[in-house]
Design a protein around this ligand. Structure first.
Ligand SMILES: [Zn+2]
Length: 267
């Protein structure tokens, strides 16, 4: 069920989700609001989905206009399912869109104003982070590999160590993503998670016949609380991309033929 702090926003054909707990410009985008066609119809934000570059750039322009952010400063994650976290400084603003991509970071964080950070999802868990005490922001992409590698608490850690963010005021919102009831796996996924995170993940793994169902959001929220975030500041959006494949691209529901959504945050 959708968390009570989440809101669906619609302006014309543009549809996205926000969280009332984040008092900065931000959005979890949906399929709607862009110009792309075919499998990427319509707000595809990925340059590697078979879409035309012109369409993707127009989608970014529309997103910037909708959120009232500087479209030339969108700074992108590069999602390779690992646990690298990079700090975005002035020389990196715009990386991936107006500057060549120079990192392999599934998570990026910043204290720079007017610098929208964006991570991508189509089932994976993308988390927006914000510390109202020190005005630091972050975005973290985690599929099961990144979650097992601890990228989510690592992002909070980098925000604290490099940007001075306070763990006790840091807010994290886990965005729309595939949830336990839909996320069916073989034994390799729970085994890898247990190998890297230990027995603490067991309550988040259900066995159904020969298959497993893993609660990635539950694991992510626990790891953030254990990293020092207040339980009330760790918000699971509760939205399943596969159950809502009419609204969101779900990697599983589309068998990979799809565009990609973005989670954006901007100080
Ligand atoms: Zn579902």
């Amino acid at each position: 069920m959708m968390h009570s702090s989440m809101c669906r926003v619609q302006r014309g054909s543009f549809v996205y989700y926000t969280c009332r707990r984040l008092p900065v410009r931000h959005a979890f985008t949906t399929k709607s609001g862009g110009v792309s066609t075919g499998a990427c119809e319509s707000l595809n934000l990925g340059f590697n989905r078979g879409d035309t570059e012109q369409n993707v750039r127009e989608n970014y322009r529309r997103l910037a206009e909708e959120l009232n952010v500087d479209g030339a400063r969108f700074t992108l994650t590069r999602q390779i399912h690992e646990a690298e976290v990079s700090v975005v400084r002035e020389s990196e603003a715009g990386m991936g869109l107006t500057r060549p991509m120079a990192w392999q970071s599934d998570a990026i964080v910043t204290a720079l104003p007017d610098t929208p950070l964006i991570g991508f999802y189509a089932d994976c868990v993308v988390t927006l982070l914000y510390d109202p005490a020190t005005h630091a922001a972050g975005v973290c992409h985690a599929g099961w590999r990144g979650m097992a590698a601890g990228i989510l608490p690592k992002t909070a850690h980098v925000m604290a160590e490099k940007l001075g963010a306070h763990r006790d005021s840091l807010i994290a919102v886990l965005g729309p993503s595939i949830r336990q009831e839909c996320f069916e796996t073989d034994a390799d996924v729970p085994q890898a998670m247990e190998r890297q995170l230990g027995a603490q993940v067991q309550p988040f793994i259900a066995e159904k016949g020969a298959k497993f169902h893993v609660d990635l959001q539950g694991i992510g929220a626990k790891l953030l609380r254990d990293a020092g975030l207040s339980p009330e500041n760790v918000i699971d959006s509760g939205i399943c991309t596969m159950c809502h494949a009419d609204t969101f691209w779900s990697h599983r529901a589309t068998h990979g033929v799809r565009g990609v959504q973005g989670a954006v945050i901007c100080l």
